[in-house]
Design a protein around this ligand. Sequence first.
Ligand SMILES: Cc1cc2nc3c(=O)[nH]c(=O)nc-3n(C[C@H](O)[C@H](O)[C@H](O)COP(=O)(O)O)c2cc1C
Length: 213
Amino acid sequence: MPEEIGLFDAVHTMRAMRRLKPDPVPDVLIRKIIEAGLCAPSGGDVQHWRFLVVKDAEIKKQIQLRYKKALDQLLPRYRSAPPPPGKTEAQKNRMLDAVVYLTEHFHEAPVLIVGCLVGDMAKAIGLPKMSGASIYPAVQNMLLAARALGLGSTLTTRHLLHEKEVNDVLGLPDNAETFAILPIGYPMGKFGPVSRQPIESVTFQDRWGVPYA
Ligand SMILES: Cc1cc2nc3c(=O)[nH]c(=O)nc-3n(C[C@H](O)[C@H](O)[C@H](O)COP(=O)(O)O)c2cc1C
């Protein structure tokens, strides 16, 4: 078991860990991760989330094939896009190398956790922007829990480009949708601080455009 880390340490060091060892992850840790997810809020506390813990080699491979197909479509666009704010072209290219690595090895992650919603309440009440809001907090809790347990992961969504095929692979009923896939495993590299734009660049005081004091 890794040493306990504080919440803020976990938040500040929970990077996308795309290079994972194939070593098995104990079921007890996967349970802890999901239980952390279940502590998240959901609209009206309806808890319409469902999670699929995928360990079956053939099912993982079938998902990887769709995930890879999506990257093949998107990679030229990723390569020609400007670097993220505050990052250099070299940093962007290093990230893309990691993206390609994860894509090639997606099925080798010992566990994939697929975050789903069943019966989209947000759409039903005319607030489609709210859909993901009842699953992504749980996903973030799971990412932080994985970090606290010394496990690496990445929030991935690219499979959605071939959503229907992935739904079939996973046997989803018609009223269920996937929102994220978290490949989970022991990281090859080390956790380190995330780097983001400073608070002043993205925060206003009272009205848009007024610097935050
Ligand atoms: C909505 C969303 C979708 C994402 N989809 C993918 C994905 O499909 N594949 C992937 O490798 N990373 C994906 N990411 C991870 C982001 O690329 C990553 O969080 C971002 O680059 C910051 O990485 P860092 O925390 O290591 O700095 C996604 C993140 C979000 C929030």
